[in-house]
Write a protein that binds this ligand. Structure first.
Ligand SMILES: [Zn+2]
Length: 107
């Protein structure tokens, strides 16, 4: 099985997420305005940004792990049952580690 398509999709996704993460980090480190009321709003925004940042970092880790699995030739195998993950699923979610059946069981 050739996973060139998934690899390209993963690499595109990774680049996209890294740009997003860089944007989030930049926004958080921006200095607070002198206006006190505005500072409160900015802190709230920072919390939201931090959440997005964490989620993005997690996604990046998943994508990198998937790319590693392609290199290791273990990509496309379910981490739960060891069966091959359906190609349609890998196209929809290239970083998936479980087949539909195991993902359903976990959910
Ligand atoms: Zn499975």
């Amino acid at each position: 099985m050739d996973y060139a398509k998934q690899k390209a999709a993963l690499e595109a996704k990774l680049a996209d997420h890294e740009i997003r993460l860089a944007g989030v980090t930049k926004d958080i480190t921006k200095t607070l305005s002198s206006d006190f009321a505005e500072q409160a709003t900015e802190r709230e925004n920072d919390d939201v940004l931090e959440e997005i940042g964490k989620e993005t970092q997690l996604s990046i880790a998943h994508i990198k792990a998937a790319l590693q699995r392609i290199d290791d030739d273990t990509y496309g195998l379910c981490a739960g049952c060891g069966e091959e993950i359906a190609e349609g699923r890998l196209e929809a979610i290239p970083e998936s580690t479980h087949c539909v059946k195991c993902a359903d069981k976990a959910a």
